[in-house]
Design a protein around this ligand. Structure first.
Ligand code: SF4
Length: 429
């Protein structure tokens, strides 16, 4: 595969290009038809960089980047695929809406995290953990390509009812002034780096007027899917200047980079992008979920962390796939996830052992599966809506198949507040 493409202009392909892509790369007719049906329900987006530099077409359909970015047979049930193939027009729209409704479009009770100020919900914000607010700028609610497992897939299907989006930062700034306990703003999406440097500046600079904000995080997969954003895009230099300005304001700028597979760090342009980001003074933290068909292999995960470390980035979280969208296709049972994490961790250099996981970002908080002992999962609440729960260990009966918190049988000794949080029956802190 080619290993450069610096200077190429960004061009996205969506569901209507699937046939042309399939012809270009010789995909069989049944795979093409299945992709078409799945893409009626779940978002699909890819670009030339991903197609030409990341997917290894000799290994398709098993290739991890092909699995990561393309709709796959098996992501929907056979019955749902059949329904999609049997109707058209208004009936098809109804079937699509019905299937989407059954795919848990907003996992972990995300709508309950939308804060209220002056009696009204603040659009495009989530405030779950005391010190951190999530901010969804409206113009940043797409990505340079879409991950087939995306836990925010509902952001991309054109339904305003299901979308988090702030028109501008005024609501956020007002909220931050009223909540000095918030030190950390995570700008997220979608991917904020799809915005022009000018637009991104409009969203970020007002935050610098709030003294209590100490860290600005930018959640992005652009280094993996479109590293040219930091190298040869027309406004790449302006992006870097903006990052420098945030750092110069005395804040920490944390680029929360999403890497799913070590191949994403293997191109010259991706490494160049990381060097440019780091030269601004920003710190790059890396996170990704453990995903069947993509990276559910200790050797791959270990290599991912080593690649991140050697690029000067900090391995941060290995997540458990969230219970949304095509979860049945991508999920990795917790027992296996622990095993993969531990095996990879043992081979990781000391400086890469900053990584934490496997971790479920659940409604109650971030629950880490620390291991298995005496027929139980050892669990720990690494982050929680209720600060009193943070750091506390608890246990659940071992299961070879459970893949999410709500499938676990908590030990009878679990303290009532932790049990209530895990079951979603706790009262507000
Ligand atoms: S980069 Fe993030 S938000 Fe975008 S498709 Fe992937 S998981 Fe979803």
């Amino acid at each position: 595969m080619p290993n450069t493409l610096e200077g190429t202009r960004f061009h996205a392909y969506g569901p209507r290009h699937l046939d042309a892509i399939a012809r270009r790369y010789g995909l069989p007719a049944d795979v093409r038809e299945s992709m078409r049906r799945v893409s009626l329900v779940l978002p699909f987006r890819v670009n030339d960089y991903v197609l030409d530099n990341l997917v290894d077409w000799r290994s398709v359909p098993d290739d991890p980047i092909f699995q990561l970015t393309f709709p796959q047979p098996g992501m929907l049930s056979t019955e749902d695929e059949r329904r999609l193939g049997s109707v058209t027009g208004a009936a098809l729209r109804e079937v699509v809406a019905d299937i989407r409704g059954g795919l848990n479009p907003h996992p972990s009770a995300q709508w309950s995290n939308v804060p209220v100020q002056g009696g009204a919900a603040v659009p495009g914000l989530q405030h779950k953990y005391r010190e951190t607010v999530l901010y969804f700028p409206r113009q940043g609610q797409t990505c340079h390509a879409y991950c087939a497992y995306c836990f925010r897939w509902a952001q991309f299907i054109g339904d305003p009812e299901l979308r988090f989006a702030a028109p501008d930062p005024s609501g956020l700034v007002s909220y931050l002034h009223a909540h000095p306990e918030v030190h950390d703003v995570l700008v997220t999406g979608g991917d904020p780096m799809v915005m022009s440097a000018e637009r991104l500046r409009d969203h970020l600079v007002p935050l610098l007027s709030v003294d209590t904000v100490r860290t600005i995080r930018v959640g992005t997969k652009s280094v993996a899917y479109w590293p040219q954003r930091f190298t040869t895009d027309d406004d790449a230099d302006e992006v870097c200047r903006l990052f420098e300005d945030v750092v110069a304001s005395g804040r920490q700028l944390a680029v929360m980079a999403h890497f799913s597979h070590p191949r994403e760090l293997g191109t010259d342009v991706a490494r160049h992008a990381l060097r440019r980001i780091r030269a601004t003074g920003a710190v790059v933290y890396c996170q990704a979920p453990l995903i069947a068909h993509v990276n559910d292999d200790a050797a791959v995960v270990g290599e991912l962390w080593r690649s991140e470390l050697s690029a000067g980035a900090v391995p941060y979280y290995l997540f458990v796939a969230r219970d949304t969208g095509p979860h049945g296709y991508f999920k990795v049972p917790l027992a296996r996830a622990v095993d993969i994490f531990r095996t990879a961790y043992r081979t990781a250099p000391g400086l890469a052992r900053t990584v934490r996981g496997p971790v479920m970002s659940a409604a109650a908080g971030k629950v880490i599966v620390d291991g298995v002992e005496d027929g139980h999962f050892q669990l720990r609440m690494a982050q929680a809506r209720d600060p009193a729960l943070v750091g506390r260990p608890f246990r659940a009966r071992y299961s070879a198949t459970a893949a999410w918190l709500d499938e676990l049988d908590l030990a009878p000794t679990t303290p009532p507040d932790l049990a209530a949080a895990c079951r979603g029956t706790e009262s507000a802190p």
